[in-house]
Design a protein around this ligand. Structure first.
Ligand code: SF4
Length: 357
């Protein structure tokens, strides 16, 4: 395949596809397919071809790959992490090839990131004629896209529960994403960022001086991909809560806060728990110290690192007198059950805070 024929695609996670698109098109000089937004169909397709007891990120990735292949993607990509995620890429590719699909597969877990030679060798899977200088040149704008996405989404989760006109944050942000998709360089990005920061900050709010703040923690995928946690941040906002979340690409990848978070969590978790579970503990401690009225941990069913974090979070809850609610998600989770537990959580947190929202 020549590089003109390659259509690359990462599985969906939050809105980072816009950053992947930029680096693929401007750095790797190949086309990028933004996969369709995750729906029930994505999960059903993925679950059908996945091992039953595998954690749900695997099933979501499989569903995204199948939808992307239907739309013409022919170079699939997979990230890696500090858990069994490192084996997922190989398994994803084998299952899809056994089903008869033909594609290239760039598995980040297979790369020796300390060896520039190995990195370039693997990058040639995405583009056999790769120019590494172009890739390096595209990185600053790619990282800036990630930072802007995370900054804007933080602003939204703190304020969307108090907007005067329903849907204004959502509408404005969607408009921003539509334009972000076609950004060509750093200058265009700067202008777009300026325009939409002003617009998002200008949205009229009816926000009381004292709000109920909730911390949102959990495994890397479930906490960041809204479909996989049943859009829980939005549900919390509907109750008039201010939602706080630290886990995002800016903190974990660009600022590489893993070490810092392990230090915060040390009193409660002396050893690495795997994946982002030490961060889950550290974030819960930080939110408790900063006065959050409650904390919610979301995780995929069968996620061992987050299961290990659960009893530790109970210790944090006891020491800081903060309620912590745990949610486990699979392809079979009941939406009504999630809503009922959230309502009960809100009632309890509200009563403890002695105020009506
Ligand atoms: S962190 Fe948990 S949910 Fe995510 S891939 Fe690892 S085991 Fe699965």
């Amino acid at each position: 395949m020549t590089h003109n024929e390659i259509v690359a695609c990462f599985p969906h996670m939050a809105n980072y596809a816009y950053a992947f698109k930029y680096v693929c098109e401007h750095g790797f000089e190949v086309k990028y397919l933004i996969p369709p937004p995750i729906t029930k169909r994505t999960l059903e397709l993925g679950a059908r071809v996945s091992p039953d007891y595998v954690c749900s990120p695997f099933k979501y990735c499989m569903g995204c790959y199948l939808e992307a292949l239907e739309l013409g993607a022919n170079c699939l990509m997979q990230i890696y992490g500090g858990c069994r995620l490192n084996y997922y890429g190989e398994l994803n590719a084998r299952i899809l090839r056994d089903m008869g699909y033909e594609f290239e597969f760039f598995d980040m877990a297979a790369v020796n990131w300390k060896s520039p030679k190995d990195i370039i060798e693997h990058f040639r899977i995405i583009n056999p004629d790769i120019n590494p200088v172009k890739v390096v040149q595209a990185l600053p704008v790619t990282f800036r896209i990630i930072e802007i996405l995370d900054e804007f989404e933080d602003l939204i989760r703190h304020n969307v529960g108090f907007e005067v006109n329903d849907g204004e944050f959502d509408g404005t942000y969607k408009e921003f994403l539509g334009k972000l998709e076609n950004v060509e360089d750093g200058k265009e990005l700067k202008e777009l960022e300026k325009e939409y920061r002003t617009r998002l900050h200008g949205i009229p709010l009816n926000k009381p001086a004292k709000t109920i703040k909730v911390g949102f923690v959990g495994d890397y995928y479930t906490v960041q991909e809204p479909f996989s946690n049943y859009f829980m941040e939005k549900e919390l906002a509907k109750f008039g809560m201010e939602v706080y979340r630290q886990m995002n690409f800016t903190n974990s990848v660009i600022h590489n806060q893993g070490k810092k978070k392990r230090k915060i969590a040390k009193k409660y978790a002396k050893y690495p728990l795997g994946a982002t579970a030490n961060s889950t503990v550290a974030e819960a401690i930080t939110f408790a110290k900063e006065g959050c009225a409650g904390i919610i941990q979301v995780k995929s069913f069968g996620c061992m690192p987050e299961i290990d974090a659960m009893p530790i979070l109970q210790n944090v809850s006891r020491d800081y007198h903060v309620p912590i609610l745990h949610f486990s998600f699979d392809s079979q989770t009941s939406e009504t059950g999630v809503r009922t537990r959230l309502e009960a959580f809100y009632d309890m947190v509200e009563a403890r805070n002695g105020r009506k929202a």
